[in-house]
Design a protein around this ligand. Structure first.
Ligand code: GDP
Length: 334
């Protein structure tokens, strides 16, 4: 794949050309070592224009209504507040397996066609610059393109991958009333990260059930330690289809943003996020370099056989491989 120069891409992004923004995002998502320099130049150019948007994470199991919610909520921000909204999908599963939970279906077509919106599906394979690196860079590109509200949509699996809370200022967890799994392992981790819990599709349940569910969820949230932001995550109910509940959600999001801007928490959170981004990128680059090292690869097969024959231990073999890597410098990752 060939790209325009970093300068052309930057000018396109800055001038709010959605095609150029999309190409820029393809570039920063690329795991190709050949694209790294160009991506870096583009990102460096965009950085001074970034950082001012609200970054909002939306997480929840497939089918809870994330796309429907984002479409309704974002349309509201655009029409009543004149916002410009970008939606990025972050799919941790694709980074591990190459498969995709989020990316396959056509999403938010109505929003995607709005001139003040930009909707980007999840990248299909592991992103460059470390797990989640592509999404973080895409956020910066979108901000440079003048989007003032960025949604990062993801399925919350709560596994070892980068948490979406590590890329956003505010995390909304969407869940269905009666799914009954709030306290099970996987969801727990995501719940603890959430700054707001939203019970979706309230039009399909009676108000009484919704109230009960919301109370149950509030009780569950109280089991977590207080947040460093001093914010107590509220629980809301909504129907994205009918538009109910969106006003209070919008208001609380605004309250939260004001709180974290004045308290300094926003700045601290973003600073910490850059720290983890840097560490993750370093880890990923090291891993790429080790895996691309021809000497290591040659020895790996040898040691694999030796270990299988119990002639050498695994730990000893790894020591030797790392030694070969550090001394070799032969395999160049570009
Ligand atoms: P996602 O996989 O989490 O993005 O979920 P979707 O937004 O694609 O929604 C899954 C299904 O639930 C779709 O058929 C939607 O039409 C439906 N849905 C989403 N929100 C609502 C809602 O507020 N009320 C009702 N009744 N259905 C909804």
């Amino acid at each position: 794949m060939t790209f325009p120069s970093a300068e052309e891409l930057f000018e396109g992004v800055r001038d709010r050309d959605r095609v150029m923004l999309a190409r820029g995002i393809t570039l920063v998502e690329s795991a190709h070592a050949d694209h790294r320099e160009l991506a870096k130049d583009l990102l460096d150019a965009c950085l001074p224009l970034s950082g001012k948007a609200s970054r909002i994470g939306i997480t929840g199991a497939p089918g809870v209504g994330k796309s429907t919610f984002i479409e309704a909520f974002a349309s509201r921000l655009i029409s009543s507040e004149n916002r410009r909204v970008a939606v990025l999908a972050y799919d941790p599963a694709s980074e591990r397996t190459g498969g995709s939970i989020l990316g396959d279906k056509t999403r938010m077509t109505r929003l995607a066609n709005h001139p003040k919106a930009f909707v980007r599906p999840a990248p299909g394979k592991r992103q460059a610059g470390g797990i989640g690196g592509g999404t973080r860079q895409s956020v910066i590109l979108c901000e440079a393109a003048g989007y003032d509200t960025i949604f990062v949509e993801t399925v919350g699996s709560g596994q070892a991958e980068t948490k979406v809370s590590d890329m956003v200022d505010f995390l909304m967890l969407l869940t269905l009333p009666g799914s009954g799994d709030e306290l099970q392992g996987v969801k727990r981790g995501v719940m603890e990260e959430a700054d707001m819990v939203i019970l979706t599709k309230e039009d399909t349940h009676s108000p009484k059930i919704m109230r009960l569910e919301a109370r149950r969820m509030k009780t569950a949230l109280r089991l977590f330690p207080p947040k460093e932001s001093d914010w107590t995550p509220p629980v809301h109910t909504c129907s994205a289809q009918e538009g109910s509940g969106l006003d209070i959600i919008r208001k609380e999001l605004g309250d939260y943003e004001q709180l974290i801007r004045t308290s300094g928490y926003l700045e601290a959170r973003r600073r910490r996020q850059i720290g983890s981004w840097l560490r993750e990128t370093l880890d990923a680059r090291l891993l790429d370099a080790v895996r691309a090292d021809t000497r290591v690869n040659r020895l790996l097969e040898e040691y694999e056989e030796q270990a299988a024959r119990h002639e050498t231990g695994v730990a000893a073999a790894v020591d030797l491989l790392l030694k070969a890597f550090l001394e070799g410098g032969e395999g160049d990752d570009g």
